[in-house]
Design a protein around this ligand. Structure first.
Ligand SMILES: [Zn+2]
Length: 321
């Protein structure tokens, strides 16, 4: 029981095991890339390894059991509150880092989605990383490390996680009972991340996808449709924007003659009809605008989501060349 749980990330597994064997455990790690599931497993194994009663992640001592259950008092997982990792969360965390361990040997703080740090929080964290407290390991999760302060990145040992191939994700989802069309779209929307792919097969995602298809098929008509769609999409941009990205990517692929690779399988007729309304150049520009707006809305910015979506959707009408 232990490192084999990290079989999808062999390079990460080897690197962490070597550091532990040589007693070279860093004060801070930056786990970057996709595969949230893999990152959580790696963070848990590292936390177990430095606290295990048997000196390895045995998975069965009281310490390992508490960590597996998420109830070890010295091992904490910090998640964003809503859209941001807030200053008060970081302050509280850095304060606890400065105290002694409660039951274990090493405190481990795992920060999820560090791209959601606000500037004051990032600066506060940086100060703590510059003078790391004793017996403490920080593990920062991020998808793209480019969005973090370079000074934070340079204070951490960087560990890159590889995206899982779509075929591996499709296989896992189908093994869990998901239908092939749904698994296919989920695997591509997830960009190499199994936990994200699973989210895309759940009931809410399925409902959102139905709403999305109804609206996006009518979008080229213009008139009030872009505004109706913006109102709906603003409720859950984290679902609708990736669907929109995948849809316009499909229109572009179809326009270029690709027939096998569409992400929205089962929608080929609607994709063909809609692709014929656009020029190739217009579709390239639609894809670019969707990317830019998605980064703006889903990133750590305070934007008026509804207005940004309205501005985006009116630009996707084919007549507005
Ligand atoms: Zn143990």
């Amino acid at each position: 029981m232990g490192w084999e749980k990290l079989e999808n990330q062999p390079a990460v597994s080897k690197l962490l095991q070597n550091s532990l064997a040589q007693g070279r455990v860093a004060h801070a790690y930056l786990f970057s890339g996709p595969d949230l599931n893999g990152k959580k497993v790696a963070a848990r194994l590292l936390a177990q390894a430095v606290n295990c009663d048997r000196g390895r992640p045995c998975g069965s001592c009281p310490s390992c059991n508490l960590i597996t259950a998420g109830s070890h008092p010295d091992v904490e997982l910090i998640e964003p509150e809503g859209r941001f990792l807030r200053l008060h969360q970081i302050k509280a965390l850095c304060h606890r880092a400065g105290t002694t361990t409660l039951v274990g040997r090493t405190k481990v703080y795992i920060l999820q989605e560090t791209e959601k740090l606000l500037p004051e929080g990032a600066n506060h964290l940086l100060k703590t990383l510059e003078e790391p407290p004793a017996d403490t390991i920080f593990i920062l999760f991020v998808q793209h490390k480019q969005v973090l302060l370079p000074t934070i990145v340079s204070r951490c040992q960087q560990i890159d996680f590889q995206p899982l191939p779509p075929a591996v994700i499709v296989k896992r989802l189908q093994a869990a009972g998901c239908n092939p069309e749904r698994a296919h779209l989920a695997a591509y929307l997830a960009a190499g991340d199994l936990a994200t792919a699973q989210k895309w097969t759940e009931a809410e995602a399925v409902t959102r996808k139905e709403q999305f298809l109804q609206l996006v098929r009518k979008l080229p008509q213009g008139k009030n449709i872009p505004f109706e769609a913006a109102e709906c999409f603003a409720e859950s941009p984290e679902y609708f924007l990736p669907l929109l990205q995948a849809w316009y990517r499909d229109l572009l692929v179809w326009h270029a003659g690709g027939r096998q690779e569409v992400y929205h399988r089962g929608q080929e007729k609607a994709i063909a009809d809609q692709a014929s309304l656009y020029s190739y150049r217009k579709l390239v520009s639609c894809n670019r605008i969707i990317d830019e707006t998605s980064r703006l809305i889903l990133g750590p910015h305070n934007v008026n989501v509804r207005l940004a979506l309205e501005a985006l959707l009116v630009q996707l009408i084919p007549a507005a060349k």
